[in-house]
Write a protein that binds this ligand. Structure first.
Ligand SMILES: [Zn+2]
Length: 402
């Protein structure tokens, strides 16, 4: 088996596990830094290794448009292209295609849309998206699904969820066809400049785990039905949970997580898509979710906002002009162990590239270590107490909050 999930300990619905992939293990719960365009913005892969990132996320839609998934394949696949020899997950682009403002036409066959880069007309079907994800060669590939706004009514949520399940069947058939007809390059060992080999057979890197996505908006029975249909279709290596934290009330999010936790097998990893703010990460972990991703840490970093254990702060504020403290006194990242808020603020307001980089680095490190701390508390059997204390401090009104 190329993909396994071993649960070391549990605390209520929460689990501390190890998800094994052809490119190595992922200790869960885990935060996956987002490298949409095959780069976690402003960070070098070596930074990510130093911070202990195990799995990163990239995006099929964006890489298809630029540089082109055929180019990535020609360059030996995504691992080799971006020099990341640990696990990668690619999102299918469903979210991007369905949130495009330009004209798009949705039909049973697929979606026609215009590229956000040059306006060219494109057509995505479940089969085409699987071919793109095959070319990229990530370890985990997400199905192409029909994404709808968070507060959609029941009829639209049902329509999109049922279409996503029909598309899942087509994704699965295409992935099975591609595994035999288009072997992946073996990048499980990644020495620079080694001869390139295309081998199917026993090459563990030839297998990609297709994750289905449980949709259903904020309608519990739709979520249950979706989970049931998906489970009966195939023996999956893991499950995606989509369409949450997209504008619905927090209580609805938590309720849906509890429904999904109950409806999915406990034995497999669950990836809560697009969710990764510190408090959402903890609430998700408490409800049995294992993998998370979010663009916020790097996006916020580029806007001067950072996470701290006492809430968020914005480095642009004048009160930090002569502040000798690090961003977060308890953080052991490469920014906090060396630089003062005063220096980081100076870099930021002077538009120095290093400022963006250090803030992004801190934010990504913050979420990676938060997921690690949660894992530890599951292992030590004190997740409830730890998460209550952590959230109370983080949510307390702070003069530094933004
Ligand atoms: Zn830090």
């Amino acid at each position: 088996m190329s993909f396994t999930f071993d649960i070391a300990s549990t605390a209520g619905a929460a689990r501390a596990g190890v998800f094994s992939t052809p490119h190595g293990p992922v200790e869960t719960p885990a935060f996956m830094p987002v490298g949409t365009l095959a780069t976690v913005k402003a960070l070098d892969p070596e930074d990510l290794v130093r911070m202990g990132a195990s799995m990163i996320l990239s995006n099929a839609y964006h890489l298809h448009l630029r540089p082109g998934d055929d180019i990535v394949r020609e360059m030996g696949g995504l691992h080799r292209f971006m020099q990341w020899d640990r696990p990668i997950l690619t999102d299918s682009g469903g979210f991007q295609v369905f949130s495009l403002e330009r004209l798009r036409i949705i039909g049973e066959e697929g979606v026609e849309f215009q590229s956000h880069i040059d306006g060219s007309r494109r057509f995505f079907t479940p089969e085409i998206v699987m071919q793109i994800e095959r070319n990229l060669g990530a370890d985990v590939i997400m199905q192409f699904d029909h994404v709808i706004p968070g507060q959609s009514d029941q009829a639209s949520a049902r329509d999109a969820s049922e279409r996503s399940i029909r598309w899942l069947q087509r994704c699965l058939a295409e992935v099975q066809r591609l595994e035999t007809t288009q072997p992946l390059e073996d990048t499980t060992q990644l020495p620079r400049g080694s001869p390139r080999e295309m081998v199917a057979g026993d090459n563990p890197g030839n297998h990609q785990a297709l994750f289905p996505i449980v949709q259903g908006g904020i309608h519990a029975h739709l979520r249950r039905e979706a989970a049931e249909s998906i489970r009966s279709m195939h023996d999956w290596s893991g499950f995606g949970v989509g369409g949450l934290s997209v504008g619905e009330e927090k209580d609805a999010t938590y309720e849906m997580l509890e429904v999904v936790d109950d409806a999915l097998p406990k034995t497999h990893p669950r990836y809560l898509m697009g969710v990764g703010f510190p408090d959402d990460l903890i609430e998700g972990i408490r409800r049995g979710m294992d993998l998370f991703d979010c663009v916020a840490p790097t996006r916020m970093g580029r806007n001067g906002a950072v996470f701290t254990r006492d809430g968020r702060l914005n480095i642009k504020r004048t009160e930090f002009r002569a502040d000798p403290k690090p961003l977060d006194p308890e953080c052991d990242c490469a920014a906090c162990t060396r630089f003062s808020r005063a220096y980081l603020r100076h870099l930021f307001v002077s538009d120095e590239i290093l400022g963006l980089r250090l803030l992004s680095l801190h934010n990504v490190h913050f979420l990676l270590s938060l997921a690690r701390a949660a894992r530890q508390s599951i292992e030590h059997g004190n997740l409830e107490q730890w998460s209550r204390d952590w959230l109370a401090r983080y949510r307390a009104t702070s003069p530094l909050a933004v």
